[in-house]
Design a binder for this molecule. Structure first.
Ligand code: 3HC
Length: 293
């Protein structure tokens, strides 16, 4: 039934964002099933979540018992067919429109409850494109979380011209009442609210490095000390992932054709070189083996 409280959640992808979303759902007592395409990726996702739960215990935010209970609520599968009984699915795979579209096409066939919420954590791809890959676009919505998901309290809720009011109310109730997140609503425009503002800023910082205007360290220091940001734009680009920033910029450029969204050559070269930021060990900074700054 439409108003049934969501307790069975499916997460597609156990990378940085998927793992974070799965963790907060499990901590909020939901039964969480996580899809990864291979056993190896599932194992990596599980250890990412367990490490973060450990961190919660060591910082005093979780008790040992809460950590245990959250880990029992997490199951992994590499068969999307197992998602049939899910009341909410959040897709959090790479920013690739074709791959996401294919996932939504399959999910639509698998998830039987017509009132189930099919959400995407996409950073920038218009949700309508994903909705139109399904037979029932009224249950498709954007639920955009922020990295690190256990720490940042925001979810952007993105409704399309087709999303039903019931679906958006259910998604909002889950994000706010169950996960304890604050919700802002955005129109279905590439970048939504946060990335439409954040990504041009990150790209401007990359252009500053590229032109020799200032050093990486000084640009970051300037924004941390001058504007009280928790981290500077280049460290944040490393955290988000240079490939992800590029993908978001591409998608916003495609939508608006504004030069400020166009990824600068330095960003492209770094992505081509595999310097993807924190996750690959190197971006604007180096990470791991005591090299993290
Ligand atoms: N998982 C769980 N908890 C984490 C965590 C993680 N990955 N990273 C940090 N934390 C917790 C720590 O345990 C600590 O908790 P405590 O205060 O209770 O001890 C707290 O967060 C602060 O962490 P640290 O002391 O280790 O480090 P900092 O104070 O430097 O904070 C930060 C780290 C939370 C990442 C902070 O620098 C920050 O908020 N940076 C900005 C991040 C940001 O802007 N994210 C948005 C990116 S855009 C996005 O995600 C959208 C996408 O579409 C691109």
């Amino acid at each position: 039934m439409a108003g049934e409280k969501i307790s069975r959640v499916g997460i597609i992808g156990a990378g940085q964002m998927g793992a974070g979303i799965a963790e907060v759902c499990a901590r909020a007592n939901a039964d969480v099933l996580v899809y990864e395409s291979t056993r190896e990726l599932a194992a990596a996702g599980r250890s990412r979540i367990l490490r973060s739960l450990d961190r919660g215990v060591s910082s005093g935010k979780l008790t040992e018992r809460e950590r245990e209970q959250a880990s029992w609520r997490l199951r992994f599968t590499s068969d999307l067919g197992d998602f049939a009984d899910r009341q909410l699915v959040v897709e959090a795979i790479i920013e690739d429109e074709e791959v996401k579209t294919q996932i939504f096409r399959e999910l639509d066939k698998v998830v039987t409850d017509p009132n189930a919420v099919l959400a995407s954590n996409t950073s920038s791809i218009p949700i309508m494109k994903l909705g139109m890959a399904t037979e029932n676009a009224s249950r498709v919505i954007g639920m955009h979380f922020f990295n690190p998901v256990p720490v940042l309290p925001l979810v952007e809720l993105v409704t399309t011209l087709m999303t039903s009011t019931e679906v958006s109310e259910r998604a909002e109730a889950f994000a706010h009442d169950v996960l304890g997140k604050q919700v802002v609503r955005s129109s279905d425009r590439s970048g939504f609210v946060v990335n439409a503002l954040l990504v041009p800023y990150l790209l401007s910082a990359v252009r500053m490095v590229e032109s020799g205007f200032a050093t990486v360290e000084d640009i970051d220091k300037a924004m941390v000390l001058g504007c009280a940001h928790p981290m500077g734009p280049l460290k944040l680009t490393d955290l988000v992932g240079l490939d992800t920033v590029k993908a978001i910029a591409d998608s916003m450029y495609e939508e608006f054709k504004e030069p400020l969204y166009s990824p600068p050559p330095l960003l492209l070269r770094m992505v081509e070189a595999g310097r993807l930021g924190k996750k690959s060990g190197r971006g604007f900074y180096q990470y791991g083996d005591g090299a993290a700054k």
